[in-house]
Design a protein around this ligand. Structure first.
Ligand code: SF4
Ligand code: SF4
Length: 104
């Protein structure tokens, strides 16, 4: 079934400022709560544009980036107005990194 959500694993979403490598994600949830703070000035993983799955059988987590408002999650706006996306700033494992425009 088609979806506008972007499930990315070690590939660039060309419309976004960020690149995701889910293999290094620990599931800490910092990116989610800081994303919700960016949008609504609250800490709520349910609102976040980035969604981290539970641990899967292969030991990794799925990272979903929402391109539109859906299921309570708000659309990613690339942290417009910020020098660096908050999910990038707070991801200490570099599972989410910023893509500079010349790298796209
Ligand atoms: S901040 Fe990084 S390590 Fe933590 S859940 Fe988000 S992507 Fe995973
Ligand atoms: S770039 Fe900003 S709005 Fe998009 S997922 Fe990261 S923190 Fe959320």
């Amino acid at each position: 079934m088609a979806s506008d959500s972007t499930d990315v694993n070690a590939k660039v979403n060309m419309m976004k400022r960020i690149m995701i490598n889910s293999e290094t994600c620990t599931g800490c949830g910092l990116c989610e709560i800081m994303c919700s703070f960016h949008h609504r000035k609250v800490f709520s993983r349910k609102l976040a544009s980035v969604e981290i799955s539970e641990l899967m059988k292969d030991g990794t987590r799925k990272i979903t980036l929402h391109d539109r408002d859906e299921n309570g999650h708000l659309s990613c706006d690339n942290c417009e107005g910020l020098d660096e996306p908050l999910c990038v700033t707070y991801c200490y494992t570099k599972a989410i990194v910023e893509v500079k425009s010349h790298e796209k």
